[in-house]
Design a protein around this ligand. Structure first.
Ligand code: CP
Length: 293
């Protein structure tokens, strides 16, 4: 049985095939491909896009969705996550989608269940479906010719699971990833070139991926106000100029901190296209994992 815990769970060939399906699913029509299947979502961290995209994807494919409200579940009575998942598994779902603050947790749950597990984000570790939809959006934008394109991931790369997954996935398809961040948000590894300021590299990049500052994941206070961070890292019209750059953000966007109001309206921003693509890509993921059981 196949799971999706990290992007390396899929080969490049599998990802290309997944994207072929996702292109068809972009029509957002309802289908019966997963009719009779039941999918459980367990979101132990908040979500707008990922949770609703998975739920809509499952319903578009004809599956039933059970979304456990973890706030009112028996976790509050002391039940461990392993027992919660074992109990859900005993009800024989066809897939479990989980988001949790603990890095690596979805991977450890694989041994406790009889259906595919899909990681919808684990702490600072990975967010594989986000990286897949980001790559899909880049492929769509560049007509499939992404090899050699340079991507600057800007912001809190240290704690971002989106950066964590993209930095591994994108180079597999020939994209060159660099990071732009203040020292406090720089990535701990030196696998990618890191810059202090986007202006140092903006004339070389084809894609800017802005990230949310995840202050809740840091133990120290680095900025008195997010405005101090925004002065140097907000993606504005002034920073972008008239350059032909694809602007992405996984959401949620902190307006005028990550990206300015004006740039969110600019045709170079494909933030909402990412969201739509996220439904299609997740439809393809659900079809692949559930039908290959
Ligand atoms: N991109 C993303 O994971 O957004 P949510 O936290 O709203 O799911």
């Amino acid at each position: 049985m196949q799971n999706l815990i990290r992007t390396s769970d899929f080969t490049n060939e599998e990802i290309i095939s997944l994207f072929d399906d996702a292109k068809l699913f972009l029509d957002m029509k309802s289908r019966d491909i997963l009719k009779g299947k039941v999918i459980v979502t367990l979101f132990f961290e908040n979500s707008t896009r990922t949770r609703s995209a998975f739920e809509i994807a499952a319903k578009r494919l004809g599956a039933e969705v059970v979304s456990l409200d973890v706030g009112t579940s028996s976790s509050s009575k002391g039940e461990t996550i392993f027992d919660t998942v074992a109990n859900i598994n005993a009800m024989c779902p066809d897939a479990i989608i989980i988001r949790h603050s603990e890095c690596g947790l979805p991977g450890t749950l694989v041994e406790y269940v009889d259906c595919p597990i899909i990681n919808a984000g684990d702490g600072t570790h990975a967010h594989p479906t986000q990286a897949l939809l980001d790559l899909f959006t880049m492929m769509e934008h560049f007509d499939g010719k992404v090899e050699g394109k340079k991507v600057a991931i800007v912001g809190d790369v240290r704690t971002s699971r989106v950066a964590g997954s993209n930095r591994k996935l994108l180079p597999r398809f020939g994209l060159d990833v660099c990071f732009v961040a203040p020292d406090c948000f720089k990535h701990e590894s030196n696998d990618h070139k890191q810059y202090d300021n986007l202006l140092e590299v903006i004339d070389e990049v084809d894609v800017v991926m802005s990230l949310r500052t995840q202050l809740e994941r840091h133990n120290e206070i680095y900025f008195q106000s997010l405005n101090d961070y925004a002065k140097d890292y907000c993606i504005t019209e002034e920073v972008m100029g008239d350059r032909d750059i694809l602007l992405l953000h996984p959401g949620p966007v902190n307006r005028n901190v990550d990206i300015s109001d004006e740039m969110l309206l600019d045709p170079r921003s494909k933030v909402l296209k990412q969201v739509k693509n996220g439904v299609a890509v997740r439809m393809a993921v659900l079809k692949k994992l559930i039908l290959s059981q």
